[in-house]
Write a protein that binds this ligand. Structure first.
Ligand code: ATP
Ligand code: MG
Length: 594
């Protein structure tokens, strides 16, 4: 990683929000202070043998390992790990791998790497709080047995269609299943047979017995277990029944001693079931009191990207992008290649805050956070992205001299580096106009401009190629105008151009990334979101870079003066043959171009 990036500003001071207020009042009331902790997830009997939980709060980040993490997950990670850090707590990384069909090891590895990359850790004081929900299938089954024994759950033999038909609607109550009054003994025996694999997929389900007339459909006897004759990546062939997410999740929280279970707003209607289930289990002594508490916040919606796994998968599978880590993807692996920084995400999470209202955050907010961090961390370098030859006719042939450029204007302690200057330079093609447009103050025939850190030059003529395109700009320089010498101030020119000496410059591939989608809400108003892809989301150019850039290590970051922030690609770039990705331009130019 870039040396300088470690010196970015201290983490932002957290602003208050409703979740912090709630945690602070729980802490003041010592609500969770008596919980015991055995050092690993477990039922109450296990924890009661341990001491008082050393963590003042416990939160968790519970991804399903069925995709790569995206910017929305970054919000949740910064929130959960940030709260644990700020309140003397722990945050667990939990893989919600209760669905046997969908999880993959590749995703688990990538998620672990991305959370670490964001700067968070789940190990603390000898605890390694990385858990698989599937390791707790036994405990979950014990909870199911308890609900059956206490007549809070039953085996339903209705078909899926019958169950759907009897579920009712938002305005109509559901109907009780004909199997609802089975005795606990009969249910116990049937559940055993489900577990033993005696029934095919879908033949029976285990349901909670709550209220088929509840106005909240989630309380109309929700399914707890279903039969799946499918091997699981962790438990293999051991289980023939798998818990539903809505049953497993609250239990996992309780087994892990989670105090504040923070989730997105779509789970608000599930909270009554979350509380019902944990109350039953606490009554039975299976879990400790107080039970975890679910708190909802609104998910991140960001303009000009899509954050749904289904759509991200489609972008990859249909090859609209070059994989999950394409620098244009709103995934954390993509962000890393693009040059976005963990510190930038922390700042972003802090700045957007948490609330319960659904808003669309403008993409420029994220870009501004990245710029703020990179402006402090990145050293400055010179790259000419669209090179045009400039010849200084009155500069001695074969002569050369060093000019000196500060590595960071805000950090003089980082010193200066030498830029070799000579008779032939590369300048930026759009810094020259043969017939200057109104307000154009850079180089044009007869005009003077400063070559930054070097001399003032006056344009004396041009050459064109066979297509009529300007191929060389001729100039004279003013020998007494060198930057930093007493004579420099006597020259006043508005244009201040960057340059590299053609003899010492290195060619480099530079990929100019822009937003992946050209509209704020891809796929809105019935459009196919694929049609909203920005056709100009990447341009690849061969730039001329200053000598000091040629040896850039993969993931080294720089500000290219007057252009923006760039990173040497972590996979494609090699010292001596660098490939740079544009992270973000210096200023927000989106919208102004079109
Ligand atoms: P997707 O809708 O993209 O499939 P998901 O919610 O199914 O996402 P999970 O792996 O289950 O993905 O999510 C793990 C955690 O990340 C959950 O706690 C979820 O609330 C949170 N999360 C997911 N998307 C966002 C988002 N856009 N903003 C904030 N948090 C999110
Ligand atoms: Mg999910």
């Amino acid at each position: 990683m870039n040396k300088a990036s470690k010196e970015t500003a201290a983490p932002p001071v957290p602003a208050g929000n409703f979740i912090r207020t709630l945690i602070e009042s729980d802490l003041a009331a010592r609500k969770d202070a008596q919980r015991r902790w055995s050092g690993r997830p477990g039922l109450a009997e296990q924890h009661l043998a341990g001491g008082i939980d050393p963590a003042r709060i416990r939160t968790r980040f519970p991804p399903e390992p069925n995709g790569y993490l995206h910017f929305g997950h970054a919000k949740s990670i910064c929130l959960n790990f940030g709260l644990a850090r700020d309140y003397g707590g722990r945050c667990h990384l939990r893989f919600d791998d209760t669905n046997p069909e969908r999880e993959e090891k590749e995703f688990v590895d990538s998620i672990v790497e991305s959370v670490r990359w964001l700067g968070f850790s789940w190990d603390a004081d000898g605890e390694e709080n990385l858990y698989l929900a599937s390791d707790d299938f036994d405990a979950m089954a014990r909870c199911a047995d308890y609900l059956i024994d206490t007549n809070h759950a039953y085996v339903d033999s209705q078909s899926a269609e019958e169950m759907r038909a009897n579920r009712g609607t938002l305005t109509e109550a559901g109907k009780d299943s004909p199997y609802r009054e089975r005795s606990p003994e009969e249910n116990r025996a049937l559940f055993q047979r489900m577990r033993a694999g005696e029934f095919p997929d879908g033949a029976q389900v285990l349901r909670a017995k709550i209220d088929m007339a509840s106005p909240n459909i989630n309380l109309r006897d929700p399914v707890l277990y279903r039969i799946r004759h499918t091997a699981h990546h962790n438990t293999g062939e051991l289980w023939r029944v798998y818990p539903m997410y809505t049953f497993a999740h609250p239990i996992e929280d309780a087994l892990e001693n989670i105090t504040h279970s923070i989730c997105t707003l779509e789970f608000e209607d599930q909270r009554p079931f979350y509380d019902w289930l944990l109350e039953r289990l606490a009554e039975g002594g299976l879990i400790q009191r107080p039970a975890p508490r679910q708190i909802e916040f609104s998910r991140l919606n960001l303009s000009c990207v899509v954050l749904s796994k289904r759509k991200l998968i489609q972008l990859v599978e249909e090859k609209h992008v070059d994989g999950w880590d394409d620098p244009r993807m709103p995934t954390l692996v993509g962000a890393r290649r693009r040059g976005y920084t963990p510190e930038g995400f922390h700042l972003f999470a802090e700045r957007i805050g948490v609330s319960k209202s659904d808003t669309l955050i403008d993409y420029s907010v994220l870009e501004d956070c990245m710029r703020e961090v990179l402006n402090t961390s990145d050293e400055r370098r010179i790259a000419v992205l669209d090179p045009l030859r400039l010849v200084i006719d009155n500069y001695p042939e074969n002569a050369s001299e060093d000019c000196f450029a500060p590595n960071h204007p805000l950090k003089p302690e980082l010193g200066k580096r030498a830029l070799p200057f000579g008779r032939e330079l590369w300048i930026e093609r759009d810094d020259f106009m043969e017939a200057p447009a109104k307000g154009f103050h850079r180089l044009y025939p007869g005009n003077t401009a400063r070559l930054r850190y070097a001399y003032v030059v006056k344009c004396t003529g041009i050459e064109k190629d066979e297509n009529g395109r300007v191929s060389t700009v001729h100039c004279d320089y003013m020998p007494d105008s060198k930057s930093g010498t007493p004579g420099a101030d006597t020259y006043k020119c508005k244009g201040n151009l960057h340059w590299v000496s053609t003899r010492e410059a290195h060619p480099a591939i530079v990929r100019l990334y822009d937003r992946l989608f050209s509209v704020a809400s891809p796929g809105a108003d019935g459009r196919n979101f694929i049609d909203d892809i920005n056709a100009a989301s990447v341009a690849c150019v061969t730039a001329q870079i200053e000598p000091a850039l040629a040896a850039a290590e993969p993931e080294a970051r720089f500000q290219f003066e007057r252009h923006g922030y760039f990173i040497a690609d972590r996979f494609d770039s090699k010292p001596g043959a660098p490939v740079f990705n544009r992270t973000v331009t210096l200023r927000d130019s989106w919208g102004k171009k079109r």
